[in-house]
Design a protein around this ligand. Structure first.
Ligand code: FA5
Length: 353
């Protein structure tokens, strides 16, 4: 704060006006922000500021002295106010421009520490692993629609209208006639036969939907993996060897027995259930429920009616098909005890994989 003590001589007051002017010019030249400018304004033009304080000295002067000093002080005040205003306009503009530039060059990819790092979902990882195993065995990977027609999901698979086997699949029917959410990946079999000439081998991993009560091993949305091979002279031995090779590779073991039981699916004849020896124990554990066997791989030889629906002559070609529960297999491999965790979005669960 600038305080005047006692009466000053005219010449000393004039010197002070000049000094104030000089100091003001120096300070305003150095100002780089509106905030700093406000400090300068208060120091010179505020009620206790240097220029205001000089004005207060006028009353101690004679009339002639006043006539000489007042114009000088008015001039200093006007110049200072004008410079403050111009500087403020310039600084406000500069600051707005800087904000604009910052937004324009804002790099959303710039590294930040301490942020959560994402990774692919357990489903994506497992599907990729399964695809790679089958690709190494010469299979193509195919896809099919989730919204299916009654024809591909049932009729073409040897399950005509009113066939009791339709009850095996609790179906989500859509409002549009004959449309449903596919209950299994098997519809892709006939879709493929319609477009490809044998021989071919393909797998179709993907989501399927059933209108079922959920529990630890049943969900309404879960994944299956269909597989089928069509060529001349395909037999059940090809299916068994495929199942064994796939399961050995997936569970990373050379020592993996399989056993075969009869199974019923209208689209295969004969139909089988292939079980594998529990890879986690020798004499029974909680995973295999003390049986040492796990039911994992339903399949069979493709029914002649299905080959015909796909435009393939069953007298010339035969094929095998399987459709295992991909989610259930992932539960076994990663020891997940509740299927509902897969799509729960719970990070605590997902971060483990
Ligand atoms: C089928 O869906 C046949 N399409 C499989 C098939 C394909 C057989 C080709 C022969 C030839 P199934 O309804 O059994 O079959 O289902 C196959 C697997 O899907 C089951 O073994 C089970 O692992 C899994 N699965 C069935 N329902 C559910 C569910 N609600 N939640 C989780 N997994 C399920």
């Amino acid at each position: 704060m600038f305080v005047m003590v006692g009466r000053r001589s005219m010449s000393s007051l004039k010197r002070e006006v000049e000094q104030a002017q000089e100091e003001f010019s120096q300070r305003i030249d150095r100002v780089t922000s509106v905030k700093d400018l406000e400090v300068v304004r208060i120091d010179f033009l505020g009620r206790q500021g240097k220029i205001s304080t000089l004005f207060k000295q006028i009353k101690t002067l004679s009339v002639d002295e006043k006539k000489e000093l007042v114009p000088l002080l008015n001039n200093l005040k006007n110049i200072s106010e004008d410079l403050i205003k111009k500087s403020k306009d310039r600084l406000v503009q500069q600051q707005a421009h800087a904000v604009q530039l910052k937004q324009k060059n804002f790099d959303v990819t710039a590294g930040q520490t301490g942020l959560l790092k994402g990774h692919s979902h357990l489903y994506s990882q497992f599907i990729e692993e399964i695809e790679n195993i089958f690709i190494s065995m010469g299979y193509d990977v195919l896809d099919g629609p989730y919204v299916e027609t009654d024809y591909y999901n049932f009729t073409a698979l040897n399950i005509p209208q009113d066939h009791p086997a339709r009850d095996m699949y609790d179906t989500f029917w859509l409002n549009k006639k004959n449309l449903l959410l596919r209950t299994h990946t098997s519809p892709v079999q006939v879709r493929t036969m319609e477009h490809c000439k044998p021989p071919f081998a393909a797998v179709v991993p993907g989501f399927t939907f059933r209108h079922e009560a959920t529990d630890a091993t049943h969900d309404t949305m879960f994944a299956q993996c269909e597989g089928f091979v069509i060529d001349k002279n395909i037999t059940l031995s090809h299916l068994f060897a495929t199942a064994q090779t796939f399961l050995k590779t997936l569970f990373k073991t050379d020592d993996l027995d399989i056993r075969i039981r009869p199974g019923f699916f209208p689209f295969v004849e004969p139909g089988v259930e292939i079980d594998m020896r529990c890879p986690f124990c020798k004499s029974g554990c909680s995973v295999c429920k003390k049986t040492t066997w796990l039911e994992v791989f339903p399949g069979g030889l493709i029914h002649p009616n299905v080959l015909r629906a796909g435009g393939i002559d069953p007298e010339e070609y035969s094929g095998f098909a399987f459709g295992f529960g991909l989610t259930r297999l992932a539960m076994l491999k990663y020891k997940v005890n509740d299927i509902r965790l897969f799509l729960s979005g719970k990070l605590k669960f997902l971060e483990q994989f």
